[in-house]
Design a protein. Structure first.
Length: 101
């Protein structure tokens, strides 16, 4: 499943204990089980699951070789499906955007 996390924007301090010493003090640190920071994300930044990320990378490589519009269309269709059917939106961002359309 993909996720749109709640939490701190990168421009704001996260006010988490250890922030700035053990890991970033801004945004949302992504930690390993061993307590090592491996990434930093922020509120309302969609994080795609591994299989979808692999799909995009595979299609990107194919598109670079063929420049086939059907490849781009297939990515667009899958993107829409992933966002609307396979995303845990913890902020209500998707509903907010839909209501503006």
């Amino acid at each position: 499943m993909n996720v749109i996390p709640e939490g701190a924007l990168h421009a704001r301090k996260n006010n988490m204990e250890g922030g700035g010493k053990d890991y970033t003090h801004k945004g949302i640190p992504v930690m390993t089980k061993d307590g090592e920071q491996v990434a930093e994300i922020e509120k309302e930044e969609i994080i795609f699951n591994k299989s979808f990320t692999d799909f995009i990378e595979e299609k990107y490589k194919a598109y670079k070789e063929d420049k086939d519009d059907d490849i781009a269309i297939s990515v667009g269709k899958r993107l829409v499906k992933e966002i609307f059917e396979n995303t845990d939106d913890r902020t209500g961002l998707i509903d907010e955007i839909e209501n503006k359309l």
